[in-house]
Design a protein around this ligand. Structure first.
Ligand code: C5P
Length: 224
């Protein structure tokens, strides 16, 4: 590895995203949101009308993914442009998450994204957020965290998040979607969602973000 990596894996809604952003900002390190890459490939496949079992076609899209992240002015969120089109609004939806998990089962797609992900490991260091950061992409990372929370709690967090951004959502539907996505992510043959042998497990159910952050920081300080 060209720089130290903190690999953080876990299911959606475990609080990984917020934790990773906070950690990267605190350390002044780079951040890899690998889920966003799978989401963008899912959106590209959908946009180009690819069949979700057309592995070769989707792998070509993944290898040539035309994406630009435009940093916002003070306080404004980063814009994400896919093939020049602003997709920031759709990137985080549950529907896009489902598209992502469909393309994520395809081995050729996963390998097409491998180099792009590893390129993020630059000095002074990288915080990597995903499902297989510790098990596949950065196997020699000095710090590996596996962050979980119960499906019910994750559904509730998603519900509050979507609700506050004005989305019309239903808690039971969300719980069903989260369970379906967990199942697809954990049961797939290649790079399933599972902790690395050397990962530290943290269950964030009932914990606040500060508590999780402090636990992770203790691990980081002990290992780096
Ligand atoms: O983390 P996020 O919810 O944005 O990820 C969307 C989907 O992308 C996941 O459900 C999973 O199927 C896939 N993914 C993956 N490997 C990663 C990150 C995400 O397979 N490292």
């Amino acid at each position: 590895l060209a720089a130290p990596v903190i690999a953080i894996d876990g299911p959606s809604g475990s609080g990984k995203g917020t934790l990773c952003q906070k950690l990267a900002r605190h350390l002044g390190w780079h951040l890899l949101d690998s889920g966003a890459l799978y989401r963008l490939v899912g959106m590209a496949a959908d946009k180009h009308g690819c069949a979700f079992d057309d592995e070769a076609a989707i792998a070509i899209l993944a290898a040539n993914l035309d994406v630009e992240f435009v940093a916002g002015e003070a306080g404004e969120p980063t814009l994400v442009l896919l093939e020049g089109e602003d997709v920031s609004g759709d990137l985080r939806t549950e529907a896009t998450g489902m598209l992502a998990s469909k393309v994520a089962v395809l081995p050729a797609v996963r390998s097409a994204l491998l180099g792009r992900q590893r390129d993020f490991a630059k000095a002074p260091g990288l915080v990597a957020d995903g499902r297989d950061m510790g098990t596949v992409v950065f196997t020699t990372a000095p710090v590996k965290i596996f962050l979980t929370a119960s499906a019910e709690e994750r559904a509730e967090r998603r519900y509050n998040q979507l609700k506050s951004s004005g989305d019309d959502v239903n808690l039971a539907t969300l719980l069903g979607e989260i369970r379906a996505r967990d199942k697809r992510d954990s049961e797939r043959e290649l790079a399933p969602l599972k902790p690395a042998d050397d990962a530290v497990h943290i269950d964030s159910s009932g914990l606040g973000i500060e508590e999780v952050f402090n636990r992770v920081l203790t691990e980081v300080n002990a290992r780096l």
